[in-house]
Design a protein around this ligand. Structure first.
Ligand code: GLC
Length: 519
């Protein structure tokens, strides 16, 4: 079971208003108790924080705002003692413009670092060299006065893309990755790995026909206007993956790719034997409540690709209960989805606060920091999913003693806090604890052979070994025929009590998941 810790907002230990590494260490007991086995830490390197740490200015150091190298070693040591594996967030596609490499590159055409980035002279009309757009809005090319050329940035202007066609870049990253694995990390969550390699000729991207442009919760209309044929997912990307695997595999470390491709056929090569060990499956996180799509896509994804990590929320997307309608309905639907994914191969991953049923926080418009929104790349501010973990109903939510946290506390209520939910047997936290405990205790849910069972519209049903999972996402109760035998109910979305037995058929309420175990 994985868990994403968004470090700046998890736990502040020194009262400066920022979450930090000693704060994470102090909460490892909470995570282990929850049933977590793999933790992904959001970026911890020095950074000007334009893109909240995804703009790294030194890959070899720890951001003093989060603590020291010693604090990190303590965290890794204590995690290891508890059997928790910790993944570092590796950002290979771009650096911060404040990275020393970029400073040298823009300053000196003959510097060995010039070719670490992608530079071009103006296009024929005098403007940018091609029609590529930045994920954060506007052209993907920025004119640099000092360098006298354009540089490529697929994200913010202050995040110049690295040139992975230069072997020296790959060598640097081999060394960076090795050093962190030697320190005790168990692998990497790799930021946008599918875009690191671009077509060598940088051709224009073709346009998507106007009536087929998707927007939904994915933000930036401009980005989705193009088929990203030449700025991502290039055939020789597999060579880069193989190179990373050569660093991680001998040490038994894991690569978890943030590959935002939802077509299982195209995603297949990014994971398992050819690609990274595991990849996030974005098919469930990109959408609002769409039962038919979820049931169809989950099966398609699993039939088409392997090594999928199941996520419903992250620091980049509206939180699941908000996407699913908000309030008690949104929370129930999110728990139903979490229970659906709990037995899917290879593992589900929670975002901090999922276990509390947190919805998006309230962030006043004048306090929004997200560069994606500020640059016009989206209509949604990711800040709403990034506010502090509510640990207790104190003025700083048990997150900080500072009267000025780095980001608004987000208007959380006492009932949303860990301490209140711990005491309430019917809380969302206790439901997640039961669900995660079940996954830990029932090895069939982790290793059993998966078999789909026939199911009606909006219903998905599978058996793993002697365990049966039925998710009824439809708006009506669903009657299902149980496979032969006597079944014991071990989890249901709405029930804090011990399970009962069922035989023959079972009626699953609308928008509920049941998990049953053969007696
Ligand atoms: C990933 C990160 C996101 C960041 C982007 C650019 O998608 O999750 O937060 O803005 O990469 O690094």
């Amino acid at each position: 079971m994985g868990y994403q810790v968004y470090v700046p907002s998890f736990q502040d230990s020194n009262g400066d208003g920022w979450g930090d590494l000693p704060g994470v260490t102090s909460r490892l007991g909470y995570l282990a108790d929850l049933g977590v086995t793999i933790i992904w830490l959001s970026p911890i390197h020095p950074s000007p924080f334009v893109d909240h740490g995804y703009d790294v200015s030194d890959y070899r150091a720890v951001n003093p705002r989060f603590g020291t190298l010693h604090d990190l070693e303590t965290l890794l040591g204590e995690a290891d003692d508890r059997g928790l594996r910790v993944l570092m967030d590796l950002v290979p596609n771009h650096t911060s413009a404040e990275h020393e490499w970029f400073g040298q590159a823009r300053h000196d055409r003959h510097s060995p670092y010039r070719d670490f980035y992608i530079w071009r002279d103006p296009g024929p009309g005098g403007g940018p060299p091609n029609n590529w757009v930045s994920r954060f809005g506007g052209s993907a090319w920025a004119w640099d006065e000092e360098a006298g050329q354009y540089y490529l940035h697929l994200f913010a202007r202050s995040q110049p893309d690295l040139n992975w066609r230069n072997p020296a870049v790959a060598e640097e990253f081999d060394s960076i990755m090795s050093a962190w694995l030697d320190l005790g990390f168990s692998g990497f969550r790799v930021d946008v790995p599918h875009v690191v390699l671009k077509h060598p000729d940088l051709p224009d991207n073709p346009l998507v026909p106007e009536d087929q442009v998707v927007t939904d919760v994915r933000g930036s209309r401009e980005w989705w206007r193009f088929q990203h044929r030449y700025d991502m997912d290039q055939p020789d990307l597999l060579d880069i993956y193989a190179r990373w695997r050569a660093v991680t595999a001998p040490r038994g470390a894991m690569l978890l790719g943030e590959v935002n491709i939802t077509d299982p056929g195209r995603l297949r090569r990014h994971s398992a034997d050819l690609g990274l060990d595991t990849v996030f499956w974005f098919g469930l996180i990109e959408h609002r409540w769409e039962p038919d799509r979820f049931t169809e896509w989950t099966r398609k994804a699993l039939d088409g690709a392997s090594g999928l990590v199941w996520v419903l929320s992250s620091h980049d997307r509206p939180r699941a209960p908000s996407r699913y309608g908000g309030g008690a309905t949104g929370r129930r639907r999110a728990l139903t989805m979490a229970a659906l994914t709990v037995g899917l191969p290879c593992f589900p991953l929670l975002y901090q606060g999922d276990e509390l049923g947190l919805e998006d926080a309230m962030v006043p418009a004048d306090q929004v920091q997200d560069p994606l929104l500020r640059s016009g790349g989206a209509t949604y501010a990711r800040d709403a999913a990034r506010t502090p973990m509510p640990w207790s109903a104190t003025p700083g939510l048990g997150f900080t003693d500072s009267p000025e946290p780095w980001i608004t506390l987000g208007g959380r209520t006492p009932g949303q806090t860990v301490s209140a939910q711990r005491r309430d047997p019917a809380s969302t936290l206790n439901a997640y604890r039961r669900l995660l405990r079940l996954r830990a205790d029932d090895s069939d849910l982790r290793h059993g052979k998966l078999r789909w069972l026939p199911a009606g519209q909006g219903v998905i049903s599978y058996v793993r070994g002697s365990t049966l999972v039925v998710a009824n996402l439809s708006p009506d109760p669903a009657t299902i025929t149980l496979p032969e035998g006597r079944w014991q109910l071990t989890f249901r979305t709405d029930d804090p009590g011990p399970g009962h037995q069922a035989m023959g058929t079972a009626e699953i309420p609308a928008e509920h998941t049941w998990i049953l175990r053969r007696d």
